[in-house]
Design a protein around this ligand. Sequence first.
Ligand code: HEC
Ligand code: HEC
Length: 295
Amino acid sequence: MKRVLKWLGWGLCGLLGLVLATAAAAWLHSERALNQTYAIDDPPLTRSTDPAVLARGEHLYQTRGCGACHGGEGEGSVVMDAGPVLRAVAPNLTPARLDPAYDVDALAAAVRHGVRADQRGLIFMPAATWSELGDEDMAALASYILALPPHANDPGQTEVRPLGRLLNMVGAFPLLSAATLDHQPRQRETPAPSPTPAYGAYLAAFCADCHGSDMRGGKQFGPDMPVAANLTMHPDGLGNWSEADFNRALRQGQRPDGSQLHPIMPWRATARMSDLELEALWRYLGSLPPLADAK
Ligand code: HEC
Ligand code: HEC
């Protein structure tokens, strides 16, 4: 009996040691990733105070999803509180709280590279979505953010919790978009708005994060979340939709049968897109190969 207890004791010690070692490894692994720095050296952008440019910036802010996480007035919000995994907080972007080190170029590094003002990677900020945002549009968006009126809201801080660190170590939980993006300095063209498939492709970079770059859908953000829909013109997708059905989904969040889309589909953002932008998106989707749902 004594012997069994002794072995059990050693066994438990071993197990505890293993747990501690795994936790330490996960901690070190994620600390290294979180402290890695990225030097961004894109050609400098120019801040503008021209009302037309600021209006363009506001339109981009509201229609490309920034407002969905950072709030309609830039006041910030808790995007996700997943207990032991992660607490993701989209910071307050107004001058009341934004680090004054953010100028137009530092904001561009945050949006297009997922890199914060101190050069470390931003956590959970989906920068891949906007990595191709044109320089002129990026300058307008950044100028708009720098002109936001101060808002006192304090949404708190992003925290990567133990399970998140463990999942990150085994590669199951990418934390930093900066780790996978191309940081090679380059200029990015801003295409002129026109109701064409080419302009639709530029806009659809925002949809691709969820619906996939082939627009076939299939991604699911959590067990209780709907799967991102197939947007190609296959019968599994929008093959039987009219352009009016599409506009209703993007403006009112409703399917053709009147049922409501889940709020993970950012229709409150797409609702503010112009007629021209919706037409460009519709034409772009129409130009893609129709694909059946992935099985
Ligand atoms: C899915 C939610 C989400 C969306 C959409 C989003 N962000 Fe973020 N953003 C975050 C999170 C979370 C952080 C904080 C990451 C951290 O603390 O490491 C962040 C950080 C930032 C920062 C750095 C702020 C700071 O204090 O260091 C800027 C700037 C920023 N976002 C701008 C934008 C802009 C502009 C857009 C739209 C083009 C946008 N974000 C869209 C979630 C989001
Ligand atoms: C943050 C993720 C996300 C982004 C970004 C996003 N969508 Fe969605 N979308 C979804 C999800 C998830 C659904 C399924 C919603 C449901 O079933 O309630 C959906 C549904 C749709 C539907 C309804 C399709 C159907 O068959 O019911 C359309 C249309 C649509 N999205 C178009 C777009 C377009 C166009 C864009 C870009 C301008 C876009 N979405 C951006 C996640 C997203």
